[in-house]
Design a protein around this ligand. Structure first.
Ligand SMILES: [Zn+2]
Length: 300
């Protein structure tokens, strides 16, 4: 039973603290995974504030949210540009690559992409991708072989801009199987490896799932007959849910599962499907995500 393990890193904090933590766990269990880095400015504080209504803000001040999240995260990118993660923490990113993990591009500016994708033109997308690829290349000494858009926010324009880079695959959406995306009936050459399993924030607090039964619940989604791809976040499983994540690894391995970087699925003799990427709402997550969808959905 194979599980593709994808680690998304969205912030400076996740890179600095989450990565070294996860790195040790993976090492202890002899696991190689795919790391998707955000390397440009960390403006994720803006994302948090964007979600907050005045009533919620008052509650946060009352409950001293700053001690929960840390003022550094809450203020990041609000009054001044956030730190460029790839400049400040290049050594951590490089160590992941040197240890033999798969390294891909998540974002130049994670917040910028997820907040403004709908209004970005191909020039803006190309500039974002290129800045990310160039800095990551400088850090690890070779071009990243794969990419994954922030927050599963992708569209056909983004797919076409990604096709200009030598990525052997992208992981831009949720879905069920490896597939080649179709645009206007034409097949792109970079396959998509979708994420098939729910993330922590989608599963927790719903349908009776709490931290005490989270791991069992997550394991119940594994289907040995199908593609299984899990995304964890350096900010979540790498920091606050670290112990729980290590228990999950132990449980999964004792049930016969092994973890792999996503690129390992490409060498399998899987027959890739053809599908389009369409926006869809999924349970536990606000707004839309890109989803592997039947090709007859495509509107010409
Ligand atoms: Zn992300």
């Amino acid at each position: 039973m194979k599980i593709g393990l994808r680690i998304d890193i969205d912030t400076y904090r996740g890179t600095k603290y989450g990565i070294p933590n996860l790195y040790k766990i993976l090492d202890r269990h002899s696991i190689k995974a795919s790391f998707f880095f955000s390397v440009g400015p960390d403006n994720m504080g803006r994302n948090l504030w964007r979600l907050i209504r005045p009533s919620f803000l008052r509650k946060m001040l009352r409950t001293k949210a700053s001690s929960l999240y840390g003022w550094d995260i809450l203020m990041r990118g609000i009054f001044w540009p956030g730190p460029v993660i790839g400049k400040k923490l290049a050594g951590i990113i490089r160590s992941v690559s040197n240890a033999g993990h798969e390294v891909g591009l998540h974002a130049w500016d994670h917040y910028g992409w997820q907040a403004h994708l709908d209004t970005m033109d191909s020039i803006a997308m190309q500039r974002d991708l290129r800045r990310g690829v160039e800095l990551l290349t400088e850090i690890i000494g070779r071009a990243p072989t794969c990419s994954a858009v922030p927050a599963w926010k992708c569209n056909n324009l983004a797919l076409l801009e990604k096709a200009k880079f030598p990525f052997s695959y992208n992981s831009d959406c949720r879905g069920e199987s490896i597939f080649y995306p179709l645009i206007g009936g034409k097949e792109l050459s970079q396959p998509q490896i979708p994420v098939t399993l729910p993330t922590y924030d989608e599963l927790i607090g719903r349908r009776g799932v709490s931290n005490s039964n989270y791991n069992e619940s997550l394991l119940s989604f594994i289907d040995p007959e199908k593609l299984n791809v899990l995304t964890i976040h350096a900010e979540v499983e790498g920091i606050v849910c670290l112990d729980m994540f290590e228990k999950y690894i132990n449980m999964a391995q004792s049930k016969g599962a092994s973890f792999f970087p996503l690129g390992a699925f490409l060498s399998d003799s899987l027959t890739a499907d053809r599908a389009i990427i369409a926006a869809k709402e999924i349970s536990g997550r606000e707004g839309w995500v890109s989803y592997q969808s039947p090709k007859n959905l495509q509107l010409e």
